[in-house]
Design a protein around this ligand. Structure first.
Ligand code: PGA
Length: 253
């Protein structure tokens, strides 16, 4: 099965022209580009191959709209060309106080309205220091809370992509800049897949890894068949570097 590469641009770049330049360079098969929502329309109009994703969405989806200041609805995102949305990123959990309960509402709503969800889960450094069992328990709790009620949306599970992204492995901000070892990431991904099956008999679209993925480590990470793709932050903002990542990924089955 081919691997999936998701570009999480976060709050970058600073101008529309730069966003367009970057999107053109990243426009390839098996890629989802997630720019700030202000650039979605424009990027959609130039993309030929890659899919487009947003970095967040609100859980209420009244049509044509509603009294929710500052929020963007699922229908609005779909109209601007987005097929995917990232939910539960650790930066939103930390800076916007997003809880598992909030993420769960967004996830159920997005899936119900047929937006593909890229759900991020992963432990912070304090839990990592307690050892592998503590990390597994933390990830299990996040997963089960975020997926509460998914039993009723089983057919939409094909639209769910899970990302194991340990917070400490992120390259900037909350992270240390050191990627997880591919062995650990693969073990945690296997654990997540097991949980999905034993708890919900759920077969999701993909389970991928995120955190300091670069052209230098992506081959070793994706060589593990259980790691079905990568969520790339900083390295997706450097056109040449991201192109290398896409190329390496396309050569691994
Ligand atoms: P990074 O970011 O690749 O820069 O570590 C990944 C992310 O936070 O989604």
């Amino acid at each position: 099965m081919s691997k999936l590469i998701i570009a999480n641009w976060k709050m970058n770049p600073s101008s529309e022209s730069e966003a367009i330049r970057l999107a053109k360079a990243s426009d390839a098969k098996g890629v989802v580009i997630c720019p700030p929502s202000i650039f979605l329309n424009q990027i959609h109009s130039i993309l030929k191959i890659a899919d487009l994703g947003a970095q967040d969405v609100f859980w209420e989806n009244p049509i044509p709209g509603g009294a929710f200041t500052g929020e963007v609805s699922i229908s609005m995102l779909k109209k601007s060309g987005a097929s995917h949305v990232i939910l539960g990123h650790s930066e939103r959990r930390r800076y916007l106080n997003e809880t598992d309960e909030i993420i769960n509402k967004k996830l159920l709503s997005a899936l119900a309205f047929e937006l593909k969800v890229i759900l991020c889960i992963g432990e912070p450094i304090s839990i990592k220091k307690e050892g592998i069992l503590a990390a597994k328990n933390f990830v299990k709790k996040q997963l089960l809370k975020s997926l509460a009620g998914i039993e009723n949306l089983k057919t939409q599970a094909k639209n769910l992509i899970l990302t194991y992204e340990p917070v400490w492995a992120i390259s900037a901000g909350l992270g240390t800049g050191h990627a997880d070892t591919p062995e650990n990431a693969a073990a945690m991904i296997n654990y997540i897949k097991e949980l999905l099956v034993t708890r919900y008999s759920l077969s999701v679209n993909k389970v991928i890894y995120g955190g300091s993925v670069t052209s230098a480590n992506v081959a070793r990470i994706l060589e593990y068949k259980e790691i079905e793709g990568a969520l790339v932050g900083s390295a997706s903002l450097k056109a040449e570097e991201f192109k290398k990542i896409i190329k390496i990924s396309s050569q691994i089955q």
